[in-house]
Design a protein around this ligand. Structure first.
Ligand SMILES: O=C(O)CC1=NCN=C1
Ligand SMILES: [Zn+2]
Length: 420
């Protein structure tokens, strides 16, 4: 079959296809990297990848041939944990953070998430769409081609529907694919402050309404001290599973409550944060094939400890890496910086980091059959970097090494500029 587009003279092609683990590899380094490679695209899918020379039967006079001059090419980045849709910002909290006022104390005093809830409730859908489109443009330039977007700043049926309808609009309007998550269990809103159990009943009532409109594939919950307990989280997630949602859980971020253990118990697809995960929790993730979704830029920004990623990898847990983009604990769209933090602070190798932001990010969204690696039939979502060696992407940190981005086989970022 003839290709529409062939990239050739690729120095290192990280396909992220999982290969047989050899003894010198960790459980996260077993991805394919082809030197001196080509990548062929047909329509919006990967047709074929391999070591040069390019097979002649792929080429005809209509095939666009692109010489990438030995640069690195990888799959598009899957940012599988963001709080994309919101209004307002919380830089006013910076002095409190610098003074060391804990995140949960700011929330307890009506700030934090609840401050963003007030601003988001006041915003119109168009204002939310416009703001999120600008954010997605920045994410695209950092190489992100799929984004998971949680609600959770509405905290009433009407307002949660507004946020989730924005997700649906963004998925139509922007090249980036949006995966929508309902997170009504993000915090207890002010109007339920004295009767939090009534709000839990309210969340459970929202579940069928949202599912009926097909506005969310996943249900997530902030299982944390002073937010939603393990028992409350179990109640909500169990109901969500009955309604057909796939499950995620913000687990053991600040206090080691047992969120990871619960993730295994309820069959969650992924558990998020895990900075305070217990050994029992790691065992539960491994035994139940729960993806550990780490958010290192949040630890970096809050000046907190990092999730014990080496222990989780050594235990055989599949680790995904995401931005946790949100207006409070992690206001950054920069997945390149997130990857560089994984290298310098978590001592992850380039192969482990690429697996975490591509194939395992796709697994955290149950999309591993369509994205996350450059294999025949998968989406032609890929990145051309501005360097010819993998190490340089992590060595020269704090900058964006993404040069071109292709989404569904079409170039959408060229020489770091948006061209869609
Ligand atoms: O603070 C926020 O807006 C987002 C967040 N939810 C749980 N951790 C951080
Ligand atoms: Zn989060």
């Amino acid at each position: 079959m003839k290709a529409d587009l062939i990239l050739y003279n690729i120095g290192s092609l990280v396909t992220s296809r999982e290969i047989e683990k050899t003894s010198d590899m960790t459980n996260m380094e077993n991805i394919e990297i082809i030197e001196n490679a080509y990548l062929a695209v047909k329509d919006d899918k990967i047709l074929q990848v391999g070591k040069e020379p390019i097979p002649k039967d792929l080429v005809d006079s209509n095939t666009a041939m692109v010489d990438v001059h030995k640069k690195v090419v990888t799959p598009g980045i899957v940012d599988s944990h963001t709080h994309l849709v919101f209004y307002g910002s919380r830089e006013n909290e910076l002095p409190l953070k610098i003074k060391g006022v804990p995140y949960l104390e700011i929330l307890r005093n009506g700030g934090g998430i609840l401050s963003t809830v007030r601003a988001t409730r006041k915003a119109t859908k168009d204002e939310l769409i416009k703001k999120a489109m600008d954010t997605l443009d920045r994410m695209l330039c950092f190489g992100v081609t799929t984004v998971e977007s949680k609600s959770g700043y509405g905290l009433s049926l009407e307002q949660e529907l507004k946020q989730l309808e924005v997700n649906s609009e963004l998925n139509k309007k922007h090249p980036i694919d949006i995966v929508s998550t309902f997170m009504g269990a993000h915090a207890v809103p002010e109007e339920y402050r004295d009767r939090p159990h009534d709000y839990i009943d309210e969340i459970i009532k929202m579940l069928p309404e949202i599912k009926k409109r097909n506005l969310a594939e996943f249900c997530d919950i902030f299982c944390e001290d002073e937010v939603f307990s393990v028992d409350e989280s179990r109640k909500i997630l169990t109901e969500a599973k009955k309604e057909g949602y796939k499950l995620k859980i913000h687990a053991d971020e600040i206090v080691s409550l047992g969120g990871a253990e619960l993730a295994g118990e309820v069959g969650a697809v992924s558990a998020e944060h895990l900075m305070a995960v217990s050994d029992e929790g790691i065992k539960s993730l491994k035994e139940n094939n729960v993806i550990a979704n780490i958010l290192p830029a949040t630890s970096f920004n809050l000046g907190k400890n990092y999730a014990p990623v080496r222990k989780m990898i050594d235990e055989g847990v599949n680790v995904a890496i995401s931005s946790d983009y949100n207006p409070g604990s992690c206001p950054t769209e920069n997945m390149q910086l997130v990857m560089q933090i994984c290298s310098s602070q978590l001592k992850m190798t380039p192969a482990e980091i690429f697996k975490g932001v591509t194939l395992n990010g796709a697994r955290a969204l149950t999309r591993e059959n369509t994205i996350g690696s450059l294999e025949k039939g998968k989406k032609a979502d890929f990145i051309v970097y501005d360097t010819d060696n993998l190490n340089y992407i992590f060595y020269n940190f704090g900058i964006n090494h993404v040069k071109d981005v292709y989404k569904d086989g079409k170039i959408v970022v060229k020489n770091k500029e948006r061209v869609y």
